[in-house]
Design a protein around this ligand. Structure first.
Ligand code: NAD
Length: 487
């Protein structure tokens, strides 16, 4: 570790690094259960000052109108993050339990590089569009559309992919000209605080444009949702918390952007290469110990090939490297906390109560760390709670279907609609299924949707809005119509 045990991180408010009014709170290494150090514990007064600073930076400076400055600052941030990437990598592995190999992609390196997309988009974006002259209501008028930032964005993030979610919010929100108050999850304060330190020390972001308030207190997130000085609340987290964010934000009719939970289906057609599909499904559900909202957690297979599928997926699970996230081979590290480990364990107990069987796993390995064995649950239908509720662990439920329409019915029989996968040999049948799945993203035969120009988000209770891509950038823009009389 390049950050030593006992180190304390700071808040970023109005361009200055500072300790929080609530003192400090611990951050734990989930792979060893050891204390890593402490983080500044922001309190309500800190959050109030952060919102004030963001408001002033938006209302009283030219940030919202200076595209060149924004592009410069974002590119500078990307370069500064890359210059410090080994330190960030150490922190991410130690604090999040993120497997080292995933920091080469979705956990760290990818999201840093992806900051280029919103910067490039801002540079070439049509901020002003001339709609030409018309005579609405008989008045000759030149019509112009102007795209403008909303104002202050309150960004609330979860612990599971802290850098990915943080940069997918900061990038477009700032490129669009907003100012931001970021409230990270209490489980991963160091990841966010390091970004704050780099912004303060290594970039030209004007004071107040980015504020980062780490805290052990969830109510600081609720403050962002309620505060009339905040114009947008951009939330990623569980559907239950998303509901209360939406309710709180309704008091001030602020824009709500929600990226929530998932229970995505992996549909295997009867003509598919079953071993290839099941290997992919095992890989997906164990990535970062299943702590990904878009990971596929229901394997939906033809009843005629159910036993064959169970054997194939159990064999694939046995090949998944589990353990110390610092090991470059490991794919499945620990869960984030004892609380999450116990929550997943509760679902494993429930699976047995509901009549399910563990085809493999179902327990906790001995030794330190919040680990759960990669688990395959068989013998249940989609009505079981373990098939309907988000478990957020390396746990796959295998479900049988009868015919393609039944596969679609099962996949869609969920309050969620975030992602999905289809494996099949016949392109027409695959297309038929894809056209009927009610989800925001779908991988086909091993393809991967994740990239900076592809919008990501959920149907149904998986969220409102899209992150990344042009759609993600435009989430942070208002539209102003200007009508000028022509003589
Ligand atoms: P969570 O909902 O418990 O917490 C998320 C954030 O909300 C944290 O910063 C927390 O402090 C804050 N918060 C808690 N109560 C709040 C309130 N009343 N008002 C405002 N903010 C509040 O989620 P988590 O356990 O940190 O993360 C796991 C969840 O996140 C899973 O459900 C997962 O599916 C979801 N997730 C979704 C996506 C996506 O893009 N769809 C991405 C990652 C994670």
């Amino acid at each position: 570790m390049t950050v030593t045990a006992g180190a304390v991180t700071q808040l970023l408010i109005d361009g200055r690094l500072a300790l929080g009014g609530g003192g400090a709170f611990p951050t734990i290494n989930p792979a060893t259960e050891e204390l890593l150090g402490t983080a500044a514990d922001g309190d309500a007064a800190d959050m109030g000052r952060a919102i004030d600073a963001a408001r002033a930076a938006f209302d009283e400076t030219d940030w919202s109108r200076d595209v060149a400055l924004r592009v410069h600052c974002l590119r500078q941030l990307r370069d500064a993050l890359n210059a410090d990437i080994e330190r960030l990598r150490d922190i991410t592995v130690a604090e999040v339990g993120a497997p080292l190999r995933l920091t080469q992609s979705g956990h760290l390196q990818g999201p840093i590089n992806d900051l280029a997309f919103p910067a490039d988009t801002a540079e070439s974006y049509p901020w002003r569009v001339d709609l030409g002259v018309a005579e609405p209501l008989g008045v000759p008028t030149r019509r112009t559309l102007v795209r403008e930032p909303f104002g202050v964005v309150g960004a609330i993030t979860p612990w599971n992919f802290p850098h990915q979610v943080t940069f997918a919010k900061l990038g477009p929100a700032l490129a669009a000209g907003n100012t931001v108050v970021l409230k990270p999850a209490p489980d991963t304060p160091w990841c966010a605080a390091e970004v704050g330190r780099i912004i303060a020390d290594k970039t030209d972001f004007p004071p107040g444009v980015v504020n980062i308030v780490t805290s052990s207190d969830h109510r600081l997130g609720a403050m962002l949702a309620e505060d009339p000085r905040v114009d947008v609340v951009s939330f990623t987290g569980s559907t239950a918390t998303g509901r209360s964010v939406m309710a709180a934000a309704s008091q001030t009719i602020k824009k709500v952007f929600l990226e929530l939970g998932g229970k995505s289906a992996f549909v295997v057609l009867d003509d598919a290469d079953l071993v290839a599909a099941c290997t992919r499904a095992a890989f997906a559900v164990t990535t970062h110990a299943g702590q990904g909202c878009a990971l596929t957690t229901r394997l939906v297979v033809p009843r005629s090939r159910y036993d064959e599928a169970i054997s194939a997926v159990v064999e694939a699970m046995a090949q998944i490297p589990v353990g110390d996230p610092r090991d470059p081979n490991v794919l499945c590290g620990p869960l984030i906390s004892a609380r999450q480990r116990d929550r997943v364990q509760g679902y494993l107990d429930l699976a047995l109560e509901e009549g399910g069987t563990f085809a493999c796993g179902g327990g906790r390995p001995s030794g330190a760390g919040f680990f759960i064995e990669p688990t395959v649950i068989s013998g249940l239908t989609n009505d079981a709670r373990v098939a309907r509720e988000e478990i957020f662990g390396p746990v796959l439920v295998v479900l049988a279907y009868d015919g393609d329409a039944d596969a679609v019915r099962i996949a869609n029989d969920s309050p969620y609609g975030l992602s999905g996968t289809v494996f099949g040999a016949d392109p027409e049948r695959v297309a038929w299924i894809v056209a009927r799945l009610r989800t925001g993203t779908i991988n086909v035969n091993g393809g991967q949707w994740y990239s900076p120009d592809v919008p990501f988000g959920g149907y149904k209770q998986s969220g409102i809005g899209r992150e990344m891509g042009l759609a993600g950038f435009e989430e942070y823009l208002e539209t102003k119509a200007i009508a000028e009389a022509v003589n």
